[in-house]
Design a binder for this molecule. Structure first.
Ligand code: CP3
Length: 340
């Protein structure tokens, strides 16, 4: 078993920098499209053998140092009582707009309501046993609330922000319920075999630092504190956190996921040596020539300057139109340039 990834999460020294890519299983891979062409995205998430198959694809094809469960952050929201569709972006038919809507949401029984997620993790632990560690994941409460209130992706997030400012009791009740659900969901993943948990707060950066601290931090902190995770590191990725790292750090976790708007070395100086970092190549660099990909990988590694506790990754998910061979070359560059 390649333990480079877990060692780096704990800040231990490694022979070379571990690397994986956010959204590494997906549409840029022809092998994924071949499986996906036979079913919908949700069917794929709910069929453990297929979900396990596409989880392992990037491990074999790219040579990454970790696998991430194939699912979606919105999978556990559906059994809360919200009908979900992907077109391909996520759409909820009946978004949350009132206290009555929040009251109707239920907390799923994980073994009964999302058995396929737990089964996929169990299959993966068996199949990955001699390969790489398995990452489980969930959305941060705020990012889940964004989709549940907006009903779909958004440019201005007017609905969720309006609720936050004008109906704080509804916002608070919703965030409490999502936090409880997420805690139980992630603990079920740990019990089923997830060896690391990544929390995705894709939209955490749309608030001011002061509002992040008031409206997001308490919930993410409660979530991370509630995880049964003595031996399970937590990676906390907040997109757009560059200008508020000391605030986001207060949520806890072992590793901070960084987007590309911050110099990785500067972020490490701010966060201190007790916290690891993950990131932070601009995903669009994977459209560039090999020369530029190598230059940018080297720049990120140089910014880290050999400090322990660095996991190489993109600063956000890989884009669906990236040539797979460029992703593979990036992984090779990380390994070659960081070899001790
Ligand atoms: O990283 C991995 O390989 C594991 C799989 C994974 C998916 N979604 C599969 C997926 C993970 C970790 C996610 C997380 C996720 N989902 C986030 C947080 C990370 C991020 O990218 O910001 C968010 C915001 C979502 C919500 C979501 N799901 C969106 C906005 C979309 C549509 C846009 C898009 O990129 O397709 C999805 C659909 C989705 N989730 C797909 C995949 C492979 C594409 C579905 C398809 O095959 O058509």
């Amino acid at each position: 078993m390649n333990t480079r990834f877990l060692d780096a999460c704990w800040g231990k020294p490694v022979d070379r920098t571990p690397v994986w890519l956010m959204r590494q299983a997906g549409r840029y891979l022809p092998e994924y499209m071949a499986v996906r062409s036979k079913c919908t995205f949700l069917e794929l998430c709910k069929t453990p053998e297929l979900a396990a198959e596409v989880t392992i694809q990037p491990v074999d094809i790219l040579g990454v140092d970790a696998a991430i469960l194939f699912s979606d952050i919105l999978t556990p929201v559906e059994p809360m009582g919200m009908k979900l569709d992907f077109v391909p972006g996520p759409v909820f038919e009946n978004p949350i707009r009132s206290m009555a809507d929040v009251d109707k949401l239920r907390i799923p029984q994980m073994e009964q309501d999302v058995p396929y997620v737990l089964e996929t993790l169990k299959i993966l632990r068996r199949e990955l046993a001699s390969k790489v560690p398995l990452i489980g994941f969930g959305g941060a409460p705020f990012t889940l609330a964004c989709y549940m209130v907006e009903g779909k992706g958004s440019k201005d997030f007017a609905q969720i922000k309006r609720m936050m400012y004008t109906a704080p009791e509804v916002y608070g009740a919703l965030m409490d319920k999502i936090t409880t659900m997420s805690m139980e969901y992630l603990n079920a993943q740990i019990k089923a075999g997830a060896q690391c948990i990544q929390i995705f707060d894709t939209w955490g950066g749309i608030l001011s630092p002061a509002d992040y601290e008031r409206y997001i931090l308490p919930y993410t902190t409660t979530l991370i504190n509630g995880l049964n995770r003595v031996e399970t590191p937590v990676i906390h990725f907040v997109k757009g956190a560059a200008t508020m790292l000391p605030i986001v750090q207060k949520a806890g976790g072992d590793v901070m996921g960084l987007d590309w708007h911050v110099n990785l070395g500067t972020a490490r100086d701010i966060l201190g040596s007790a916290m690891g970092v993950q990131g932070n190549l601009d995903p669009t660099v994977l459209y560039a020539t090999r020369e530029i990909i190598e230059r940018e990988v080297k720049r990120v590694l140089d910014e880290n300057a050999d400090r322990p506790g660095h996991i190489f990754n993109l600063g956000h998910g890989i884009l669906p139109t990236v040539p797979p061979e460029n992703a593979k070359f990036m992984v090779e560059c990380v390994h070659r340039l960081s070899q001790k």
